[in-house]
Write a protein that binds this ligand. Structure first.
Ligand SMILES: NC(=O)c1ccc[n+]([C@@H]2O[C@H](COP(=O)([O-])OP(=O)(O)OC[C@H]3O[C@@H](n4cnc5c(N)ncnc54)[C@H](O)[C@@H]3O)[C@@H](O)[C@H]2O)c1
Length: 303
């Protein structure tokens, strides 16, 4: 099986550097026409330079691929619409959207200004919303779409000093959990990448002997697959790091079911806590506990 994107049009946001650049190069090398979006700028989202996107476009063209630059910020609603318009105006279609753009404003929560929170949420969560919303009608009309969002272990696990970033990164997971249902009948599949790689964002955080293996191009195959016709899942989170790939899921314990026809006291809860928190028999969320109706029926509360 060879995976290709011939006749497909893709957008990669924040494609001028790091992970986004590798995603764009991979998609273009397999036949996709790619909008390389990037306003340039520093890790904290300040400044800007068209050369950042232009360089990747030149790289793709030099390798025989097709690409066009867009310099808009995903956190600006109109500019985000402009990114999608760039694809539609240039090639008349949009098949793939990789929401990758990101910034950092790390600080402990006590020192973090609300503005630092807002700016990070605006790029990661609202930027993903704006681009996805603008792409949605085109994908629905074509009855085809592949959308990738970029989450992070800083959200799913938590990381000191990244309250803004962690919250924003969990937000995109909630977004695809809902949109996978709304997109299902239109063959729009949405999945998340949870990457770990050496880029300017993580430059100082990873010891050198490990960092050499944490190449951004080792994350892109998971993104490429999620962008392909072959991708047959929606709403999944794929973790990718130094050639390792795995799926992240929310699990739920079997827990306890009290009789809902009777009061539940605080003491009953406290006493049951070890059982509520017992991971024996836990399973993917929803499934381990079965349906409420079945539990109530077993107790004779409903027929
Ligand atoms: N590197 C990692 O280990 C890691 C881990 C978890 C998540 N991520 C996520 O992966 C994505 C890529 O990060 P990276 O490590 O390649 O960082 P990076 O800084 O190298 O690349 C991010 C790119 O996004 C662009 N960008 C910033 N704000 C933008 C905006 N408003 N609109 C459009 N583009 C914008 C930047 O100019 C930059 O080129 C981010 O969403 C990041 O949060 C990275």
């Amino acid at each position: 099986m060879t995976i290709r994107y011939d006749n497909r049009v893709a957008i990669v946001t924040g494609a001028g550097a790091g992970l986004g650049r590798q995603h764009a190069l991979l998609l273009a090398s397999r036949g996709a026409k790619v909008v390389v979006n990037d306003p340039g700028g520093s890790v904290d989202g300040t400044g800007g330079a068209n050369a950042v996107a232009d360089t990747v476009v030149a790289e793709i063209r030099a390798a025989g691929g097709e690409a066009v630059a867009n310099y808009g910020s995903v956190s600006d609603e109109k500019a985000a619409q402009g990114i999608i318009d760039t694809a539609m105006n240039t090639w008349g279609r949009l098949d793939i959207l990789v929401n990758n753009a990101g910034i950092l404003r790390d600080k402990s929560f006590s020192k973090m200004e609300n503005e630092d929170f807002r700016v990070v949420v605006d790029v990661h969560l609202m930027g993903t919303v704006y681009c996805t919303k603008a792409a949605w009608p085109h994908m629905r009309a074509a009855r085809y779409g592949r959308i990738v969002v970029t989450t992070s272990g800083s959200g799913t696990l938590g990381n000191f000093g990244q309250a803004n970033y962690g919250a924003a990164k969990m937000g995109v997971n909630g977004l695809i959990n809902v949109l996978r249902h709304e997109g299902a009948s239109y063959n729009i599949k949405l999945n998340a990448i949870s990457p770990s790689a050496r880029t300017r964002m993580t430059e100082d955080l990873i010891p050198e002997e490990v960092a050499v293996y944490m190449k951004p191009e080792l994350v892109s195959p998971a993104v490429g697959w999620m962008c392909s016709e072959q991708c047959d899942v929606s709403g999944e989170i794929i973790s990718a790091n130094a050639g390792s790939f795995s799926v992240v899921k929310y699990f739920q314990t079997e827990g306890v079911q009290f009789d809902p026809g009777e009061p539940v006291t605080l003491e009953m809860f406290a006493e049951a806590w070890p059982k509520i928190n017992d991971w024996t028999g836990a399973g993917p969320m929803g499934r381990s506990r079965g349906r409420l109706e079945a539990r109530l029926r077993a107790m004779g509360r409903i027929k």
